[in-house]
Design a protein around this ligand. Structure first.
Ligand SMILES: [Zn+2]
Length: 115
């Protein structure tokens, strides 16, 4: 059970036992980070939606809607061209993944005011 309290028009504090989360409906974020990353409302955002009478389905990113999925396949999908046959020299050889260099990226978290 969550205790939902409004901070302002679009931010809400959600108390879940000893844990405390801040849901921002304007930016579609929650301090648990599930809402931000998955773009689907987390349990805290759903609690706020229920408290404020907002349909939680409207909080999901449009990327998850049927029109987006339909548009992904709206163009013609052509069959792949015929692949060349493997030479006898390549049969049985181990295929290693390509060499790649992955750089270290700095992960920045947004500062969320806690009041
Ligand atoms: Zn959350």
């Amino acid at each position: 059970m969550f205790d939902v309290q409004a901070i302002n028009l679009h931010e809400f504090q959600v108390l879940a036992g000893s844990s405390n989360y801040v849901v921002d409906f304007l930016h579609k974020t929650c301090t648990c980070r599930v809402f931000d990353v998955d773009k689907i409302p987390c349990q805290h955002a759903i609690a706020v939606a229920k408290k404020t009478g907002v349909d939680p389905q409207l909080l999901a990113d449009p990327y998850y809607t049927k029109p987006y999925w339909f548009s992904a396949y709206s163009e013609s999908i052509k069959p792949a061209e015929e692949l060349p046959e493997l030479s006898a020299d390549n049969i049985g050889q181990i295929c290693l993944p390509p060499d790649t260099h992955v750089g270290v990226q700095e992960v920045r978290k947004e500062e969320i005011p806690r009041n």
